[in-house]
Design a protein around this ligand. Structure first.
Ligand SMILES: [Zn+2]
Ligand SMILES: [Zn+2]
Length: 360
């Protein structure tokens, strides 16, 4: 076996340590709560039953959403975003960045691309050899391009992106509920053990640790959960919160925002009855996103929304340009028609093949 292969296998194995750690803590918390607290410590039968029912409900939802976040494979760009074999060879052979960009522009003619690199050129991943769709980023941990990548999370050993973002939010939500419920119900027994109102048995240590661990996780999850709720409300990924997406009209941190209600719908779907279930209901295909219309006239900085504005074919874009020259969508541009393209492609290639792996 080649040393690099062994190293990669070791890395893959080690990446599961945080997940195993969380799984062990959850298993212990289950034992400590159900056996040591409910069965051995709580004297009242009614209280036992209520606690057990609520505990198991939150436990099942928590484990379900955690499982789905871990084992849902990140979505990657479809084959239409890969260069054809001949183009790929030409791209690799070509040393001049401007000619490479011309190859990309040609390949991207019919692709729904509205975002660019900071230099205004087509976003291309050298590692995966694909043109990156909007909101797609390369994850160095997963070694692949991930659609609507949010971040790579070591606690789930997976990339959080288009395919599992809803699951991730629910995982945070249910883990918060799980920890809050444990902390709230254990508190009185925690105090009783502390003030020696309960016999000094081995349950004492489980209850004490249960409270500390639940309270500690509560604080850390609450901050992360609030942050992600805010991101959902803005229709922004963590990566986009740090670095605003760049459109033809320039960078715009609210480029994908459609208004609060519709932003929620983008992640959770239209039907409210599925919002709290870890079932995939996010809108779209992860490649095209409803694009906001941005007024390019600096004298009139009003912004209008067109949530239904989806990808347009090249012809449609041209038609639209003729009829709506005061308002521009993030358009797919043909390089040969655009002088702007040639200019920006000369600037810098440093942002090409940007590699992202956010650890949160
Ligand atoms: Zn890639
Ligand atoms: Zn990843």
């Amino acid at each position: 076996m080649a040393p690099t292969h062994v190293l990669r296998c070791c890395q893959r194995g080690l990446a599961w340590i945080p997940v195993i750690f969380i799984a062990l803590v959850v298993c212990w918390s289950y034992y400590a709560y159900v056996v040591e607290l409910c069965i051995y410590t709580i004297p009242c039968i009614g209280e036992k039953i209520i606690y057990m029912v609520v505990f198991h409900l939150s436990f099942v939802m928590f484990v379900w959403s955690y499982w789905k976040t871990i084992f849902t494979r990140p979505a990657k760009p479809s084959k239409e975003f890969s260069l054809a074999k001949a183009e790929k060879e030409q791209y690799v052979r070509e040393e001049r960045p401007e000619t490479q960009q011309e190859i990309l522009w040609r390949a991207a003619t019919n692709l729904p691309l509205y975002t660019r690199t900071g230099a205004g050129v087509i976003r291309y991943c050298d590692r995966c050899q694909v043109i990156k769709p909007d909101r797609c980023h390369h994850c160095s941990a997963c070694d692949m391009c991930v659609l609507k990548m949010d971040h790579h999370c070591p606690w789930v050993n997976n990339c959080v992106g288009f395919s599992n973002y809803k699951f991730f939010i629910l995982f945070l939500c249910y883990s918060l509920i799980y920890c809050l419920f444990i902390a709230a119900t254990v508190l009185q027994y925690f105090i009783k053990f502390w003030t020696n109102e309960l016999p000094d048995t081995h349950a004492k240590f489980h209850v004490l640790f249960l409270f500390f661990v639940a309270a500690m996780f509560c604080i850390s999850i609450l901050s992360l959960f609030s942050y992600h709720l805010w991101l959902v409300g803005k229709n922004r990924s963590t990566i986009e919160a740090f670095r605003a997406p760049v459109f033809r009209t320039g960078s715009d941190k609210n480029g994908f925002s459609l208004g609060f209600r519709k932003n929620i719908g983008q992640v959770f779907g239209d039907q409210k009855k599925f919002w709290l279930l870890p079932i995939f209901t996010s809108q779209g295909d992860g490649v095209t996103f409803p694009a906001r219309l941005v007024n390019v006239d600096p004298e009139q900085p009003t912004v209008s929304l067109q949530p239904e504005a989806k990808i347009m074919s090249q012809n449609n874009v041209q038609d639209k340009e003729e009829h709506a020259d005061h308002v521009t969508e993030h358009q797919n541009q043909n390089p040969i028609q655009s002088a702007e393209t040639v200019t920006v492609s000369m600037e810098t290639e440093s942002l090409r093949g940007e590699e992202t792996s956010h650890l949160i």
